[in-house]
Design a binder for this molecule. Sequence first.
Ligand SMILES: Nc1nc2c(ncn2[C@@H]2O[C@H](COP(=O)(O)OP(=O)(O)OP(=O)(O)O)[C@@H](O)[C@H]2O)c(=O)[nH]1
Ligand SMILES: [Mg+2]
Length: 301
Amino acid sequence: MVFGQVVVGPPGSGKTTYCNGMSQFLKLIGRKVAVINLDPANDSLPYECAVNIEDLIKLSDVMAEHSLGPNGGLVYCMDYLEKNIDWLESKLKPLIKDHYLLFDFPGQVELFFLHSNAKNVIMKLIKKLDLRLTAILLVDSHLCSDPGKYISALLLSLSTMLHLELPHINVLSKIDLIESYGKLAFNLDYYTDVQDLSYIQDHLDQDPRSAKYRKLTKELCEVIENFGLVNFSTLDIQDKESVGNLVKLIDKSNGYVFASIEGSAVEFSKVAAGPLDWDYYRVAAVQEKYMDDDQNFEYND
Ligand SMILES: Nc1nc2c(ncn2[C@@H]2O[C@H](COP(=O)(O)OP(=O)(O)OP(=O)(O)O)[C@@H](O)[C@H]2O)c(=O)[nH]1
Ligand SMILES: [Mg+2]
């Protein structure tokens, strides 16, 4: 079985940095990792990528040839990728024998809740190559500092979850910076647990600009609460413990934790119900080397 992650999220939310940090963390705990860049606008990649969409299609060529802007160009590129899925499949085939896969996607979020090309690409790969993928939606934690933006982030998360139909983890990225945006109106738990949105509505109502949208906001919050699907994990990509905690969740969501179990249903349920207390940090290399203060990701061991 082949496991991996589909990394999505708005522009600048930290997807490429995440793929870089996550691949290094996973390598240090002993996994073989391949990062696949499917963002044709990724100019300079901080990681060594195993497959690069640029080898198939270049955004600059698309924009010039079809007189498209960058966003239309990206939709075209995803469409082209879907039509040429055999190219991607042939590139991945040698890797899936023993690699864990990380897919770095573009930041145009409409690709993941509106258009179907990116989803079709993922679904075709899952079907053809028998992949077990978890979607990681990164949302900049700075959005918590504004109630309106936070509600937008909730809607984005819900729409993406419903559209992609994958095991899914929403992540508040850059959590190390959260204090620099000023004091939050509520504890961080409130933003991660998404339990009672009436408090954030009350807070939003204090802003006179939002008065005429009060009913709309209330209805939207009800939709989010009625689905009951959205919550968030937090992440500081430079902090090994933060990355390790997220890896535990991801491993449970896509079934990686069950991969090596060949026993009875009882053993499966023990793993499913129990706390994941594997020692992700036992590898000395992780203790010593994971990410230094300069985000200098040079961790060759
Ligand atoms: N402090 C801090 N900065 C981060 C973290 N993750 C990413 N960043 C910074 O956020 C900026 C954007 O990161 P990228 O990885 O390029 O974001 P992206 O989502 O790939 O951006 P696009 O591909 O343009 O959509 C960079 O300056 C990163 O260094 C984090 O956990 N903490
Ligand atoms: Mg990127």
